[in-house]
Design a protein around this ligand. Structure first.
Ligand code: FAD
Length: 466
């Protein structure tokens, strides 16, 4: 019996549910990846994440070889390419891990219809999250609309265990495959950015560093962008270079091994972040309209400013607010931005520049290596004050006080704004005195935060009073 394993958000061989079942139930397994067909500019992706994907595929191909498999790469729609592959090879089954986002679900429906037509068995597995979107529901069987009750339920559920190492795959010879892709496949340039190392081995090394060096102090350090205090595993979870089960179990093992109550508490906090990821995936699964409109119906149709040169300044990191500019430059230079600074820059765009969160969401998705539509949409709607469990609209962070609190000595800011290297730290934490630029070439703040804050409050109040 020959089976196809359709790789999607699971670019790994270890602890991969569908791959494990394919290897156990078929005599031969054909691991396949289908490249998407879009070309050139894409509203929701960009060269950095695509390059990371290509590097992950390269590493996946090598890892598969180490267990007797060979990756087949095709391009087009999943249903057409999997149909061709099944007909060419006589495969009788398709195994895959479910992708909870609306685009992934749509592709699955079409693959299942094709398989039913051809009499091929489809085996779909829950793998991307510890708990699927229909597993964590209220007592009335409804989806949660806020994180806190969701996470209580999520934490109380028994967690699935990682799977043993996969068996040999025995891919039959002679299957045609496209070469491993690079960005030219989508008509994109190779990125100049310094992107984090791709592949399953690099992800497992990051998990080890996180567990042994970072998570024990996660709670104290996670909000300080100058410190390497977070796991840096988001792109690995995004592309399935590690499974959430493995991330979870390694953290639980580290909790059991430490005697420090503080370290245990920090690791618990980390586990709650994994629940945020799954909460936003559940929100998107139950309410796919959030990709178009505000989660909270009260704020649909809210007024947003026409994006102008200030929006361009935000994208380029020259708003004159050093902490905001540092975040945006980090994003463009590396495809990553620290979570605290994501919140600061997103709130600044929506509450100080009054630009529609959908434009910020899009820009982030074009640049983030970990760009993931559920988490990104959740983060943006949270920051805009329109989302599930949102910061209420009147809680508007002040970028100056945020910098004072989370980057008091300016280490992070100066790392990304070298033109401010010689400016004393305290000057980065408040609007410049006498309206003089902080350094030659560095702009003055493009808005007055206090005035824009009042404007935001007025916009929201007016909308509510309609
Ligand atoms: P850690 O602090 O080590 O967190 C552990 C893991 O938990 C992360 O790897 C991630 O998978 C998950 N996680 C942590 N915080 C969140 C959160 N708020 N929402 C969902 N999952 C979370 N995360 C993405 O993975 N992709 C995105 O596209 C994305 N866009 C965001 C946009 C905005 C405006 C905001 C405010 C947040 C966004 N996040 C996104 C969440 C968060 O910023 C990143 O997951 C985090 O910075 C990744 O770094 P880390 O792996 O070191 O995180």
């Amino acid at each position: 019996r020959i089976a196809i394993h359709w790789h999607r958000r699971d670019l790994r061989i270890l602890d991969n549910t569908a791959l494990h079942h394919a290897a156990n139930s078929a005599g031969a397994v054909i691991p396949a990846y289908i490249l998407s067909g879009w070309k050139k500019r894409h509203l929701w992706t960009g060269e950095k994440r695509q390059a990371f994907l290509c590097r992950c595929l390269e590493s996946l191909a090598k890892n598969l070889e180490s267990i007797g498999g060979r990756l087949t790469v095709r391009a087009g729609t999943a249903e057409a390419e999997l149909e061709n592959l099944a007909k060419e090879t006589g495969a009788e089954a398709i195994f895959y891990n479910r992708d909870p986002d609306p685009f992934g679900r749509e592709a699955e429906k079409r693959v299942e219809a094709m398989a039913a037509r051809l009499g091929i068995a489809c085996h779909a597995h829950q793998d991307v999250t510890l708990h699927g979107p229909t597993e964590v529901l209220t007592q009335d069987g409804k989806p949660y609309r806020a994180y806190t009750p969701y996470s209580k339920n999520w934490l109380s559920l028994e967690k699935p265990q990682p799977l043993p190492k996969p068996k040999a795959l025995h891919t039959p010879p002679g299957i045609t495959s496209l070469p491993l892709p690079d960005n030219s496949h989508w008509g994109l340039a190779e990125p100049e950015a310094e992107i984090i190392e791709a592949g399953e081995r690099a992800a497992l090394a990051r998990l080890k560093t996180a567990v042994t060096e970072r998570l024990g102090t996660y709670e104290e350090t996670r909000d300080f962008p100058a410190v390497a205090g977070t796991s840096r595993l988001s792109q690995d979870l995004r592309f399935g270079l590690i499974s959430p089960r493995t991330a979870y179990i390694k953290t639980v093992e580290a909790m059991a091994a430490t005697r420090s109550a503080k370290a245990k508490g920090s690791m618990e906090k980390y586990i709650k972040e994994l629940a945020w990821r799954e909460f936003y995936m559940a929100i998107l699964w139950h309410f796919p309209n959030v990709l178009e409109e505000e989660f909270n119906p009260d704020w649909r149709g809210l007024w947003w400013a026409e994006p102008d040169e200030k929006f361009e300044a935000w994208k380029e990191g020259r708003t004159g607010f050093p902490i905001v500019d540092a975040g945006m430059r980090e994003l463009v230079a590396t495809g990553h931005m620290h979570n605290r600074v994501r919140m600061i820059t997103a709130m600044f765009l929506t509450k100080d520049l009054h630009v529609d969160w959908r434009l910020g969401e899009q820009f982030f998705l074009q640049h983030l290596v970990d760009g993931e539509i559920a988490s990104n949409n959740g983060g943006w709607q949270w920051s805009a004050g329109t989302g599930a469990d949102a910061a209420p609209y009147f809680r508007i962070q002040n970028p100056w006080s945020q910098a004072k609190r989370y980057d008091p000595d300016g280490t992070y800011t100066k790392r990304w704004l070298p033109e401010l290297a010689k400016v004393p730290a305290e000057k980065l934490l408040e609007p410049p005195k006498n309206n003089l630029p902080l350094a030659p070439g560095y702009p003055l703040p493009c808005v007055d935060h206090a005035a824009e804050r009042d404007r935001t409050l007025a916009i929201f109040k007016k909308h509510r009073a309609r």
